[in-house]
Design a protein around this ligand. Sequence first.
Ligand SMILES: Cc1ncc(COP(=O)(O)O)c(C=O)c1O
Length: 430
Amino acid sequence: MDWLKEALFVREMAMENNRMFGDALPMIASENILSPLCKEMLITDFHGRYAEGNPGKRYYQGCKFFDEVESKAIELAKILFNAKYADVRPTSGTVANMAVFKAWTKPSDKVTVLDTADGAHISFGKWGAAGLRGLELHTYPFDSEAMNIDVDGAIATIRKVEPKLALFGQSVFLFPTPLKELADAAHEVGAKVVYDAAHVLGLIAGGKFQQPLKEGADVMTGSTHKTLPGPQGGVILANKTRDESQDMKYLDWGVFPGVTSSYHLHHVAAKAIAFAEHLAFGKQYAEQIIKNAKKLAEELYNHGFDVLGSNHGFTESHQILFKVGKEKGGEAAQKLEEAGIIANMNMVPGDEHPMRPSGIRLGVQELTRLGMKEGEMEEIAKFFKRVLIDGEEPAKVKKDVVEFKKNYRKIHYCFYEGEDAYEYIKLVQK
Ligand SMILES: Cc1ncc(COP(=O)(O)O)c(C=O)c1O
């Protein structure tokens, strides 16, 4: 075997991937692109180093510059989220959730949660982190017309179950959770309130979605690479310090040694930069994301798509969800990909099997970061119509998508904006 050839094959695939996304309309709601300064952090020497523990209290030497970086990341996260406690070590949103479970539950404890078909993430499900911890899951009722938790039903569930944790936050997340009332009910029965902000973290930080820590959440977890457009990673935020509460000490230990060892120091550096960028640009970015999502949803609806939440303004977030016919989500997503539109099939309320869903979920956060506004959403809705309603050949539509995308490759809402987002950085010349 020619091992160099094998290695270069992988590199070629990475380049092809850059080209594919460069030509496409990337609309997966959990994704985003990195700013030039964040990207640079990923190839620093921080990659591959170890720093277990907390700044100033390490198990390894050689951490003095990283201590500065992690302390800065914590400081900026606290400002960005108006929080007293920030842990930037979780390596993903799932890991952040696992740390909370590790810290605040024991196996067989009861938790209340939404069903995955109603939008909950798998880390709150029996096949994910909650199941791994052996938690007993009790689901809230869902109002599929309003596309939100049924508040009265959920309060009744919380009162009946008396869970250890009441879990909120969704992967399909069109509207803010009515958190205040739910959190009051949870606290009455002694439950802690966990709000998973993975998807909407950048909207919350931009002040354009609900403010969970003010509305009763005891802890907020999140991913740092979705609407908060940083490196892949997680974060935990709360409003009590380690010194104020034993629970927060457990949370700290839940992260380390609970669910991390080294925690990808290059990503922590990029998180710090992403927080600074979001402090500078997050408000305008979040505002435009929501305007774009609303506009696209409205246009799709006017073209005849069955967009959910139609009686409630379609969406208050970066997401749109529409039905394409019973169990036809996979087929529709495939056709869209052939037309250069990257989106995912998604369960809608009433679906039973995650591999045979009836919906398509969209997110406009990446398109917005490329400088698109409401006018561009009108054009994009027409591409959807051509593929999924008019039944036009996807390859034909793709030609127009590629042409359209040529004007939207530059990154916005960050320092050194205007760089090509999809250019491949070559460190090794062949
Ligand atoms: C609500 C929610 N929580 C957690 C996660 C997991 O995040 P990560 O991919 O960072 O582990 C996701 C992923 O999309 C999510 O939607």
